[in-house]
Design a protein around this ligand. Structure first.
Ligand SMILES: NC(=O)c1ccc[n+]([C@@H]2O[C@H](COP(=O)([O-])OP(=O)(O)OC[C@H]3O[C@@H](n4cnc5c(N)ncnc54)[C@H](O)[C@@H]3O)[C@@H](O)[C@H]2O)c1
Length: 251
């Protein structure tokens, strides 16, 4: 039987690219997202399955793992990817947005890992890959929720790696710089509006200001690395934080 991967936020951007890459490697993909139309479309295209879930809710996290097990009877790979961004100074940062961000981007990875734990261990070569960010390693103003959570994933990764090691379960976090996805296209449009500059200037002067290579990543750049970490070849890479940041954090 093929391995089975649960991918949160798999209906769009990086999660969608991960689903496609893993499906091409004969891995069964379970896409978990709150976007029913896009989630179903990708799942159908990849002959996988879709679970409609709002990951800010504990019962939906449970439903996601149960759904994968009911469908395939096993779960070998968990990709914690779903997320969103909110930009505001601390004094204006909405408290309910803070709560929601923590729920989707930090509590859901914990709950999914907890609920999937026994299956990932049964797999003997279980894999958890968390999609962190360059903001797991550095900070920017006005991103208090995002930066706090993405740093939190690093600690999460290390504990999971320590507890999973004896079972062959690895856990890593990938930290990309800006990736051209709907999340970033929205940021480019917003910043162009608020700064009164063109979208091209936002890319060059804001998003790529700190990178040594002046080019946005594509979702596939991240998906390729995810697929490697999910492979048998990556058995020894665990508890690690892997930057794909065009040397942003090198200086
Ligand atoms: N795009 C970037 O530049 C970039 C860089 C570094 C890290 N990341 C991280 O990559 C991950 C994916 O980002 P993306 O750029 O592909 O974004 P995206 O907006 O294209 O996709 C995010 C997906 O998550 C889903 N999602 C959001 N909240 C959800 C919820 N409550 N329940 C279920 N699904 C939910 C959305 O429906 C969407 O399909 C995020 O964790 C993001 O922080 C993105």
């Amino acid at each position: 039987m093929s391995r089975v991967a649960l991918i949160t936020g798999g209906a769009s951007g990086i999660g969608g690219a991960c689903a496609k890459k893993l499906a091409r490697q004969d891995i069964k993909v379970v896409i978990v997202d709150r976007d029913r139309d896009k989630g179903n479309a990708i799942a159908n295209e990849l002959k996988g399955s879709f679970i409609d879930a709002d990951l800010s809710k504990r019962e939906d996290c449970q439903k996601a793992v149960q759904g994968a097990i009911e469908q395939y009877g096993q779960l070998d790979i968990l990709i914690n990817n779903a997320g969103f961004q909110h930009i505001d100074p601390i004094a204006d940062f909405p408290e309910e947005t803070w709560d929601k961000m923590i729920a989707v981007m930090l509590t859901a990875p914990f709950l999914l890992t907890k609920y999937a734990w026994s299956y990932l261990i049964q797999s003997k070569c279980g894999r958890i890959v968390n999609i962190g960010s360059v903001h797991s390693l550095t900070a920017s103003p006005f991103k208090i929720g995002y930066v706090t959570i993405k740093h939190g994933l690093v600690g999460f990764t290390k504990v999971v790696a320590l507890e999973g090691g004896e079972h062959g379960l690895t856990c890593n976090t990938i930290c990309p710089a800006y990736v051209r996805t709907p999340l970033v296209e929205k940021q480019i449009a917003d910043q162009a509006r608020t700064r009164g500059i063109s979208p091209e200037e936002v890319e060059e002067k804001v998003l790529l200001a700190k990178t040594a290579i002046k080019k946005l990543l594509q979702p596939e750049d991240v998906a390729n690395y995810v697929a490697f970490l999910c492979s048998g070849e990556a058995w020894a890479i665990t508890g690690s934080v892997q930057a794909i940041d065009m040397a942003w954090t090198a200086s």
